[in-house]
Design a protein around this ligand. Structure first.
Ligand code: PEP
Ligand code: MG
Length: 580
């Protein structure tokens, strides 16, 4: 039966593919008691499923040669578990002795093992319980006859058979782990438009619809789906007419994309000759080729915390250095803005940790970003030294997130000095004049921007958090997503004040939040005086196309007038006129 679900379209585009339900398979197994004569057959069914999953893991490993090394390591651990008698012999015994069906026997044994792992003192061993769960989920899915992830390779060959991830929720850590899998789309029941999960979907340039509420409960594995990321619509089991319509739309989108590609080498200049810089936001060194492909003039935001978000531990100085160097060398002389870790909030390093490790009730207002870095001086020094060492290989700018207080800026600058001095002591070469800038993403920072302008070399406005904190809207909460309004007059005032203050002080300023990549807001930002935008590579050519058709001299007075408006309807009307 065909039906439609509505959610929050957070990454535009259209995907047609098959649903792949994420995890929780283990929670849903049937509990059956077998007749004695069924036992041998059930054990054989169990053995066949284990063998199939082993084969599946071998295939995954072969198909992911470009994936991070940790992925291969995870697969090895999973294979090892599958060969362990705890997961092979024990479930067989349970099937024979308790006459349970294979799925139920396996889940019982999993629960027993999880309990054992939870009792370990060693955090690494404790973490392994997740591997047990994942392995068991694979086997349960196989037993239930669901399509496994090993079919990824085959799925890639046919557009309509692409896989669409259906999940209740995806943490940024889950999402980053998918970067290599080339899923066709994401849909989740929860999540807001500027949650990091949404941001990652946009950075992968795949459609995503979040906040569907009941998607995971209503959609079955393998069902055909159309995901319309622009309208925030998911059509389950579409009828042929609707499919044809969407296939046509997909072709139109492809056509538009290939037209935009022609702009790649064009200079980014307004009609009246103003030169505008368009930079890329990246999460991993592997994003550099896409940034270059989109014609980015530099990296305006490298969110370094994604380097280790899906692995649970921090990379050491050498590993970080290698990652930063790779980006800088990859960008071949173009500037690279590296932001120090913005951990905390939804990007919790230890989501399953004990209460003490976990972020607090109001994580976005808690010990996040620079607050965490200053509280963990060793971690901060490691990162600063790694960034400074990479600065030998090309122009790096150092960006500090979530600053609010003058003393935080001073402490961060002192930490940079300390890292420099330790490197000098070791005779390690780095850029002595590395520019240090701050994110303006807390309303206090935007209002008291003078503090920042006097201390820092550049500013970058993080509108995702600036809007969240100005309007008191959790950016990851779909229940308040409709109130997350970039055009709220208070947001516009803070933006305009920051940009014009930086201009007066002759300090470079950019916007690196999601606003910068929205072509509908390009003219508004140009009119406020913004000359540097940083966004997902997938948006760069769209924004460029808008700039090429804009006369900044003409629109600036209109934007000034617009900023005097505080009626939302009038503001929207004025924006429409600006974009006409
Ligand atoms: C922002 O807050 O706008 C920003 C760019 O940083 P992040 O999205 O990583 O919080
Ligand atoms: Mg931010």
């Amino acid at each position: 039966m065909s039906f439609t679900l509505h959610g929050l379209g957070v990454s535009s585009g259209i995907a047609i593919g098959r649903a792949m339900l994420m995890s929780h398979a283990t929670l849903e197994v049937a509990h059956l008691t077998l007749a004695p004569r069924q036992v041998d057959k059930e054990i054989a069914r169990f053995d066949a499923a284990v063998a199939a999953v082993k084969q599946e893991l071998v295939q995954i490993k072969e198909n992911t040669e470009h994936a991070p090394a940790e992925l291969a390591a995870f697969i090895d651990i999973h294979t090892m578990f599958l060969e362990d008698s705890e997961l092979t012999d024990k479930p067989r015994e349970i099937i024979r002795e308790r006459r349970c069906n294979a799925e139920w026997a396996l889940v019982q044994q999993m629960e027993h093992l999880v309990q054992q792992f939870e009792d370990f003192d060693d955090p690494y061993l404790r973490e392994r319980k997740f591997d047990v769960i994942q392995v068991v989920e694979r086997v349960v899915k196989e037993l239930l006859g669901h399509r496994g992830k090993a079919s990824l390779k085959a799925a890639k060959t046919s557009r309509d058979d692409a896989l669409i991830v259906v999940a209740h929720d995806l943490s940024p850590a889950d999402t980053i782990a998918f970067k290599d899998h080339r899923f066709a789309a994401f849909i989740t029941d929860v999540g807001g438009a500027t949650s990091h999960t949404a941001i990652l979907a946009r950075s992968m340039a795949i459609p995503a619809v979040l906040g569907l509420e009941n998607g995971r409960a209503l959609i079955r594995d393998g069902e055909q789906l159309i995901v319309d990321g622009l309208r925030g619509v998911v059509i389950v089991n579409p009828d042929p007419r609707v499919l044809d319509e969407y296939r046509l739309r997909m072709e139109q989108i492809e056509l538009e994309k290939s037209k935009l590609k022609r702009l790649k080498t064009a200079r980014t200049e307004s009609i009246d000759g103003l030169s505008i810089a368009l930079h890329a936001n990246i999460e991993l060194p592997g994003d550099v080729p896409v940034a270059l492909e989109s014609g980015a003039e530099g990296v305006g935001l490298f969110r370094t915390e994604f380097l280790f978000l899906d692995r649970g531990d921090m990379p050491d100085e050498q590993e970080q250095f290698e990652a930063y160097k790779k980006v800088v060398k990859g960008m071949a002389g173009r500037p690279v803005t590296i932001r120090t870790f913005d951990l905390g909030a939804d990007k919790d390093l230890n989501p399953e940790g004990t209460a003490g490790d976990r972020v607090k009730t109001n994580p976005a207002l808690g010990r996040r970003a620079i607050r965490l870095s200053l509280a963990e001086p060793k971690m901060f020094q490691t990162q600063l030294r790694a960034i400074l060492r990479a600065s030998k290989f090309g122009p790096i700018k150092l960006l500090i997130p979530m600053l609010a207080h003058a003393h935080e800026i001073d402490q961060a600058l002192a930490a940079v000095e300390q890292a420099k001095s330790s490197l000098r002591g070791e005779k390690i070469v780095f850029d002595e004049n590395i520019p240090v800038g701050g994110m303006i993403e807390i309303p206090a920072a935007a209002l008291a921007v003078g503090l920042f302008l006097r201390r820092l070399d550049f500013l970058s406005i993080g509108t995702n958090d600036l809007i969240q904190y100005t309007l008191a809207i959790d950016r990851a909460d779909e229940q308040v997503a409709a109130l997350y309004d970039p055009l709220h007059p208070a947001v516009l005032m803070l933006l305009a004040h920051t940009i014009s203050s930086a201009e007066k002080a002759d300090i470079p300023v950019s916007v690196c939040g999601e606003l910068a990549g929205d072509p509908e807001l390009t003219r508004l930002l140009l009119g406020m005086g913004l000359r540097c935008f940083s966004m997902h590579p997938s948006q760069i050519l769209r924004v460029k196309s808008r700039i090429l058709k804009s006369d900044v001299g003409e629109l600036a007075p209109n934007v000034r007038k617009m900023l005097r408006l505080d009626e939302p309807a009038k503001l929207r009307e004025a924006l429409e006129k600006l974009n006409a």
